[in-house]
Design a protein around this ligand. Structure first.
Ligand code: ADP
Ligand code: MG
Length: 663
């Protein structure tokens, strides 16, 4: 197969950009799938109803006029003649096309037809007339200046030669479903000839992806069945004493979780439990109690947090609580200094450290535990399967506890986490008032500032999530600075304003966080979701700019940063679009409901709040749309494993070996 270097028009700069997309070889490029297909088949305008999709060519009749609504939104319209019929075309964020749209040119418009207003609300304009026969156009995401045209040209060159690619679908299954061969299917996906072949090609690609995924899941599940856990001597009395000394009473759900974990830990079978509960429902303390139990039975615990700040925060709380019991707690992150790191490594190896909290650093190669008995991952969806399993295998067979604030709809949980026991925390700690959520437009910023002022006046604190433009850290920074100025102008005389953004060093971030925690800063502006994974009960308002860019579950998580004590808290979502979707959040604070809605609306892509959720990333399959394929793949892979067929299949054997090494 042609190498990337041999492709014409693909220079070092493009190569770099492709690399950032994870495309390093020409094989990778073959799997860079279009995200959508446009079928260019002329619509019959007479047959169309209100809001039907329309694809039509016509003549531009007037010079397009452009309105800049705000920095991120522009609107263009022009008159358009279709076979003698005059219409208006409206399109957003295509102002850059204006110079190409001169009066008298023929273009193709794709969009929604609105006969009532004699308008087409377009989502794309092709600068050419429609072809005579229907044509299917793959549409690729453009990234760093690389668009569909370029991708297609590279692919054309690759497909000129024979491509040779591993097919993971076993022969028997291939025959059962009469799948087309892999090379042909890839060619169809990038250069479709007709809808039927394209459909079969996509089905095959999705099946392969889901089959491998389910094979991996089922394999790991089967392996886990035989896992023996640790034997422990544990009296509940001591645990109860620990619980009684806490500054608050556990909720019933928390207490049930504790009891379930206690049972798991006492049983010789290895614990593999997920604690699901909304943000603020109090999962952390449950995990602390689990660590105490583990400590009582003489083992070390590791708590893995997704970010540095969260790790710091857990560490502080751990120290506070465990000081009373003379339990040695340490923190290990990527930023821990070499000397300190060496000491911690030694403490873990010798067993003088009982509890360690940290980030990915916990799973780096140098870390060895004397007797790791419990591994807890917080916000587990942010870690890939591989990372999680790396950690657990540092000890013999430590028990595993996952904590997640992103509830997964039941059916999917059964499929994906079928091998886990689940504890749910449904109720919030007593005295919590539901957060009041409102939607505001950018033009209503005055109202927003006024609401902020109301909270600040009461001595409370406010989070502001800054608008963000993806893929451009520089603009990102400008945005924050701009917002900071705005806030300073409004509040600078009376209140302190702090900023958190990705370009700051951990030390700088930490300092800002600390100042916010100690109420030296009243308004905290932040660019990212992750950095605010913190617990400051005096913060009672969160303002989220450009909220449309988040999934509902992610917004729900963000909103959970407030409402952390018995004060009334507020969340203001600012957005000029997607009112309907966002309004779901104004109506419910039930994380399970929200995740169902999110799932219905957006599919699985964003199900776990964060897109880069490792093991849940599919290149072509979509858990929601392709659920029936998933179920097939699940059954097929189960049968395949239980019939012992993997042993006969060199390709899948290799694949499984790889998983084994990684776990
Ligand atoms: P999450 O489930 O999002 O991890 P946390 O564990 O951070 O939530 O808990 C949120 C806040 O609620 C913390 O400040 C914690 O100390 C407090 N909290 C936890 N359990 C209780 C309880 N039973 N009663 C009162 N406050 C609680
Ligand atoms: Mg938490």
């Amino acid at each position: 197969m042609k190498q990337l270097e041999e492709i014409k028009g693909l220079g070092p700069k493009t190569k770099n950009t492709l690399q950032r997309l994870g495309i390093v070889t020409s094989e990778d490029l073959l799997f860079y799938y279009p995200f959508r297909y446009d079928i260019l088949k002329k619509s019959n305008i007479e047959e169309l109803k209100q809001d039907d999709k329309i694809v039509i060519d016509g003549l531009i009749e007037s010079v397009p006029s452009v309105f800049h609504i705000n920095r991120r939104l522009d609107k263009m319209n022009f008159r358009f003649v279709i076979e003698g019929k005059l219409l208006q075309v409206v399109i957003f964020n295509r102002a850059f096309l204006k110079s190409k749209l001169s009066v008298g040119t023929t273009v193709t418009v794709i969009g929604k037809y609105d006969p009532k207003h004699n308008t087409i609300v377009a989502n794309d304009i092709y600068l050419m007339p429609l072809p005579k026969t229907p044509r299917i156009d793959p549409v690729y995401h453009s990234y760093g200046g690389i668009g569909g045209k370029q991708i297609r040209s590279y692919l054309e060159q690759i497909f000129k030669e024979d491509i040779c690619i591993t097919d993971y679908i076993p022969e028997g299954i291939r025959e059962k479903y009469q799948f087309m061969d892999k090379e042909r299917s890839l060619k169809q996906i990038h250069f479709p000839t007709n809808t039927n072949s394209l459909k079969s090609a996509l089905l095959r690609a999705k099946y392969e992806e889901l089959f491998l995924f389910m094979l991996k899941m089922n394999y790991l599940k089967q392996e886990k069945k035989h896992d023996c856990g640790l034997k422990r001597e544990l009296s509940f009395q001591k645990i109860e004493m620990f619980i009684n000394k806490l500054p608050f009473t556990l909720t019933d759900d928390q207490f049930n979780c504790v009891k379930e974990i206690y049972k798991d830990l006492k049983e010789p079978r290895r614990m593999n439990r997920l604690v699901q509960g909304d943000v603020g429902s109090g999962k952390t303390i449950v995990s602390f109690i689990a660590m105490y139990m583990n400590h009582l039975s003489g083992y070390q615990s590791a708590l893995m947090a997704p970010t540095e700040i969260l790790a710091q925060q857990h560490y502080k709380k751990l120290e506070e609580i465990f000081k009373l019991y003379q339990v040695n707690v340490a923190i290990l992150t990527g930023k821990t200094k070499a000397k300190e790191k060496k000491e911690i490594y030694e403490g873990l190896r010798k067993g003088t450290i009982s509890i360690v909290v940290g980030t990915h650093a916990l799973i780096s190669d140098g870390v060895e535990y004397q007797n790791l008995g419990l591994v807890i991952t917080d916000e587990q969806h942010r870690f890939g399967v591989n990372q999680r399993s790396n950690l657990k295998n540092k000890g013999t067979t430590p028990d595993i506890l996952y904590m997640s604030a992103t509830p997964i709809p039941r059916t999917y949980a059964l499929t994906i986490y079928g091998d886990m026991d689940v504890s749910n925390i449904h109720t919030m700690p007593n005295g919590r008032l539901p957060i009041i959520t409102t939607l505001k437009k950018n033009s209503e910023i005055r109202d927003v500032l006024e609401s902020m002022y109301q909270e600040l006046k009461k001595g409370h604190q406010v989070y502001v999530i800054a608008p963000l433009i993806e893929e451009s850290e520089k603009i990102d920074l400008e945005n924050v600075t701009l917002l900071e100025e705005k806030m300073k102008k409004a509040f600078g005389r009376f209140y302190q304003i702090g900023v958190l953004h990705g370009k700051m060093t951990p030390k700088e971030k930490e300092e800002v966080m600390l100042n916010f925690e100690q109420n030296k800063i009243q308004i905290l502006i932040s660019t990212t979701v992750v950095e605010v994974g913190v617990d400051v009960p005096n913060a009672t308002m969160i303002v989220i700019f450009d909220s449309e860019r988040f999934g509902l579950s992610a917004l729900h998580q963000l909103r959970g940063r407030v409402g952390r004590n018995d004060l009334q808290s507020y969340c203001i979502l600012i957005s000029d679009i997607e009112k309907e979707r966002l309004s779901i959040l104004t109506k419910t604070t039930d994380g399970f409901k929200i995740s169902e809605e999110d799932f219905k609306l957006r599919g699985s892509g964003d199900l776990f709040g964060v897109r880069q959720s490792g093991d849940m990333q599919f290149q072509i399959a979509d858990l929601k749309k392709d659920f029936s394929i998933l179920m097939r793949a699940k059954e097929d892979s189960e049968a395949y494993i239980s019939n012992g067929k993997i042993e006969e299949n060199e390709i899948l054997k290799g694949y499984i070996e790889q998983i084994k090494i990684l776990s």
